[in-house]
Design a protein around this ligand. Structure first.
Ligand code: AMP
Length: 281
């Protein structure tokens, strides 16, 4: 017998969360776009450690996709996602329609103006405006005490932390480690797009990051050299480089000298699929 509740309407989500708060429960939120994998489930496990009830939201947010991106064909499997949430011990799954999330004339959006400038923000104009807006809305609807995000989307996690700080959301943000396939590929819903050949070539991202980590193992190294090494590995796997950068972990500003504690980030096109990965050096 399941006790997991399924909620589709925004007002129902908020009423449920406010009732749990009146019960004295500590609420955890895990925002996702669905097509769940072990990476998502690790976030649910983390949230369960830190909260009495866990809400998983499943919403492919149109506002964070560009006009030529994969919003329409983004993988979806509601039945399987519900089953996985249930097994992972979620208390509630919120899977709203676009119509319940956005009024047709919605005109208020949340923008972060500094951390969003580079990396994925520079390549996907409006992406983080969409992310901040939907996450702010999910915070208001699910009323979490704690929200768990994945390091897989390093820039996103940094931007959400900044939004929470700058807009005074009373929410603890937890960032959980990247869950990888046994061969190193970071798990992603988009991996389902990869052909067998692309799946092999996709290893270029994690291998580029390992090469970057190896460069700083003995101490610092010029970031340009580390970057060149990453580009070499990406290209050796016949991937089309989008970016490879070494940045400061907090400011996301590129560094001149790569050191331990900096973050290496890569994005590359593998066939028609855009993949990202990162590693703290
Ligand atoms: P998505 O459904 O891709 O929007 O991701 C939802 C949340 O899961 C985000 O906080 C991601 O960073 C996180 N996530 C995605 N893939 C992984 C992974 N391989 N390991 C850990 N967290 C992940």
């Amino acid at each position: 017998m399941s006790s997991m509740v399924q909620i589709k309407q925004a007002d129902e989500m908020q009423a449920w969360a406010l009732a749990r708060r009146l019960d004295g429960a500590r609420i955890g939120l895990v925002p996702t776009m669905g097509y769940l994998h072990a990476g998502h489930l690790s976030l649910v496990a983390e949230a369960r450690k830190r909260a009495d009830v866990v809400v998983v939201s499943i919403f492919v947010n149109p506002v964070q996709f560009g006009p030529n991106e994969d919003f329409e064909k983004y993988p979806r499997d509601e039945a399987r996602d519900l089953e996985q949430c249930e097994r992972a011990g979620a208390s509630a799954v919120f899977f709203p329609s676009v119509a319940t999330m956005y009024a047709p004339d919605a005109s208020v959006f949340v923008t972060e103006e500094r951390l969003s400038a580079g990396l994925c923000g520079a390549r996907r104009p409006g992406h983080f405006r969409g992310v901040c807006t939907v996450v702010a809305k999910l915070f208001n609807l699910a009323q979490p005490h704690v929200a768990v995000f994945g390091q897989k989307d390093y820039q996103q996690a940094a931007i959400i932390r900044r939004m929470v700080r700058d807009l005074n959301f009373p929410i603890e943000i937890v960032v959980a480690p990247i869950v990888r396939e046994p061969d190193g590929l970071a798990m992603s819903s988009r991996n389902v797009y990869l052909s067998a050949d692309e799946r092999q070539r996709a290893l270029g991202l994690s291998r580029a990051l390992q090469a970057a980590a190896a460069c700083v193992e003995q101490g610092g190294a010029p970031a340009a050299d580390v970057r060149a090494r990453m580009v070499e590995v990406i290209e050796a796997h016949a991937l089309q480089l989008d970016y490879a950068e070494i940045v400061d972990a907090e400011s996301l500003e590129p560094v001149a000298e790569a050191r331990r504690g900096n973050v290496a980030l890569v994005a590359a096109q593998c066939g028609r699929t855009r993949l990202i990965d990162n590693q703290i050096l």
